[in-house]
Design a protein around this ligand. Structure first.
Ligand code: NAG
Length: 636
């Protein structure tokens, strides 16, 4: 408990949007061009006009390339040029290009016509569909996302939501529009901070998009932003001429450059996070108390009784976990697979812990675009050594003798499953013309990281593990296996895994909701302090629940604890998967086959990773507990 309290005091200050600025500040002089770029379009639950931001459903999880030919956005002179991005940024769907809009520091502009473009009827249909799917356009000014200013439902605080809607489904009177209106005019408000005499910095950017029939039904060539009437794309017209316009307003702000991300990273309603956390802590406190009591009492009583009875040679009447002392370390079926899974699990645990530490230190904020993804991939690769070390040592402890196969499997098996998953999802993304597809160069980079860093480190780790040998078992294994009595229904491995999984899942699920909202929506997740605490509490719950179930099984004279422990620990992954399906039913409204396949693909990868991670935590806890228990048993 003390440990948890200490963690809270460390982590909570970081829960309130602490971050390091992504790059060095840039200062501009009056009239100097400020870099303006565009990112891929992302679906967003915003239901413009409907006013119910929190209940809006997300229709799609596929990103669209900004300069996708069907969208007909204005292109910069000389064609769009891609900005090179980091690995994590690319993996998480950023595709950044330059833009024809070039705002100048402190120069207000009104109704600048960027271009006119002809939209053929089939593309009008395409754009209307994307507006209905609630796609959001994402622009960047000086590396800062252009946002929509919103008011939080519950707290009534304003915050910046990244991006703005491609079009509008409702008119001012909140009546549905058919066809929807296309936002072709943008009032851009850029906030600047005066640093010195003729030195200015960009500290905020918001946009109010609007739909203006500025060409008067396509009759004019010069846009007039004062026209009334909205712009709707008619699918029955062969082509329709439209104009994109913008106005830029520079607003002085007192926000210093160092805190310019605050409005984006506000953790709303920390009360919900607190509630989630207290809920988890109660669960874990209850469990730890229960396990502590059961183990301390019954183990010590059992040991003294066992040792006493043993002297009376009255062992036959004995029951419980100590009867299986000569079998508890019997080699389980498929020791190679089990130790590979545990090795991979330790790699995941190490990766999660290091990523969370980086996040708490403020390195992984969105101001370092993509840093979260990059840190995860890179630390995963570098912890190959941990995977090799643990898989080989555990393999030997389990009584295996073919360690090379284990080392090979640890280096290949799970990275391959995840990579195959990425490749097949990529196929669907390519088919649906999405920019979310991972480019070939990035795939090559991933393969290089895997084979040039991860595989050699796994092998080195394995060799070190083999040198050190297995952990010595406290009890000897009999040659003749003991008979196992029929298993009670609630102790069958799968039943107990599913039952035991409820508790760790229960400790995590409220925080999980926020994580899902940011994975499958556009909300920025920045409650890493809460996430870290939730992770610790969930891990503790998993460990104690698993030990408890393994102890029950041993008491029922079922000594096959190894696979059971892994399954029980990983049982919460089953609930994670179900929760993912529930989230889909209640929060998403996915259109089309590709979207559904993608969602299931992402969800299954997440489930697999959670299974390995928490299965390993459960296994390691049981391993330690069993060694401690049987060490004190007196064997003749
Ligand atoms: C630009 O427009 C804003 C908002 O209308 C105004 O406050 C500001 O003074 C203008 N700046 C210049 C340089 O005209």
């Amino acid at each position: 408990m003390l440990f948890v309290v200490t963690l809270i005091t460390i982590a909570i200050p970081s829960a309130s949007a602490w971050y390091l600025p992504g790059s060095a500040p840039r200062t501009y002089t009056k009239g100097q061009a400020v870099p303006f770029s565009v990112n891929a379009l992302e679906p967003m639950a915003m239901a413009p006009g409907a006013g119910t931001g929190s209940n809006a459903h997300i229709k799609s999880i596929i990103n669209l390339d900004y300069y996708n030919e069907h969208l007909h956005f204005c292109q910069p002179k000389g064609g769009p040029q891609a900005k090179s991005e980091g690995l994590g940024s690319v993996l998480f769907g950023d595709r950044i290009y330059n833009s024809p809009i070039e705002p100048r520091m402190l120069v207000n502009e009104t109704c600048v016509q960027v271009c006119t473009t002809d939209v053929p009827s089939e593309d009008a249909k395409y754009i209307n569909e994307k507006i209905e799917d609630q796609y959001a356009v994402r622009w960047l000014v000086d590396g800062l996302p252009v946002a929509t200013k919103k008011i939080a439902d519950r707290t009534h605080e304003f915050f910046y939501a990244i991006g703005f809607p491609l079009g509008q489904l409702y008119d001012e009177a909140n009546m549905g529009l058919n066809p929807p209106a296309l936002n072709n005019h943008h009032d851009i408000y850029i906030e600047y901070h005066k640093k010195g005499e003729n030195e200015f910095r960009v500290v905020g950017a918001t946009v109010i998009p609007s739909s203006i029939d500025s060409l008067g039904g396509g009759r004019d060539t010069n846009a007039d932003c004062s026209r009334t009437g909205i712009l709707q794309l008619n699918q029955n017209l062969q082509t329709q001429k439209i104009a994109y316009t913008y106005s830029a307003r520079w607003i002085e702000s007192s926000t210093p450059w160092a805190t310019r991300w605050d409005n984006y990273l506000r953790v709303f309603d920390p009360r919900i996070h607190w509630f989630a956390l207290i809920n988890s802590i109660i669960i874990v406190a209850f469990l730890v108390l229960m396990v502590g009591m059961i183990l301390a009492r019954s183990v010590s009583r059992d040991i003294s009784r066992y040792n006493a009875i043993d002297l009376d040679e009255d062992v036959q009447e004995e029951y419980g976990w100590k009867l299986v002392h000569a079998d508890v370390n019997r080699t389980p079926p498929r020791p190679t697979l089990l130790s590979t899974m545990i090795g991979t699990g330790t790699q995941l645990v190490a990766m999660s812990l290091v990523t969370l530490v980086f996040a708490l230190l403020g390195f992984l904020s969105p101001s370092n675009r993509g840093s979260l993804g990059t840190v995860m991939v890179v630390t995963w690769c570098f912890f190959g050594g941990v995977a090799g070390y643990f898989s080989s040592r555990i393999y030997i402890s389990l009584g295996g003798d073919n360690w090379k196969q284990t080392a090979f499997l640890t280096a290949i098996l799970f990275p391959m499953i995840i990579f195959t998953n990425i490749l097949s999802l990529n196929f669907f993304l390519l088919v649906s013309n999405s920019s979310g597809a991972v480019p070939f160069g990035t795939l090559l980079a991933l393969i290089a990281l895997w084979f040039l860093i991860n595989v050699p480190l796994v092998l080195i780790g394995s060799v070190i593990g083999i040198r050190q040998g297995g952990w010595k078992n406290p009890t000897k294994v009999n040659t003749i296996p003991r008979q196992i009595p029929p298993t009670i229904w609630y102790l069958r491995p799968f039943t107990s895994a599913i039952m035991a999984g409820i508790l760790p899942f229960g400790a995590a699920f409220l925080e999980l909701f926020f994580v899902m909202n940011s994975l499958f929506g556009t909300k920025v997740y920045y409650a890493f302090g809460f996430l870290t605490l939730t992770f610790v509490v969930t891990a503790l719950t998993t460990a104690t629940v698993t030990v408890l179930y393994v102890y029950f099984a041993l008491c029922a004279e079922d000594y096959r604890w190894q696979w059971r422990a892994f399954l029980t620990g990983g049982g919460s992954a089953f609930w994670l998967f179900l929760y993912g399906l529930f989230y889909w039913m209640t929060r998403l409204d996915l259109d089309g086959f590709s979207n559904r396949v993608l969602y299931l693909g992402y969800l299954s990868s997440l489930t697999l990773l959670a299974f390995l991670l928490f299965g390993t935590i459960g296994w390691l806890a049981s391993f330690i507990a069993i060694r401690a228990m049987y060490k004190s048993v007196r064997v003749d």
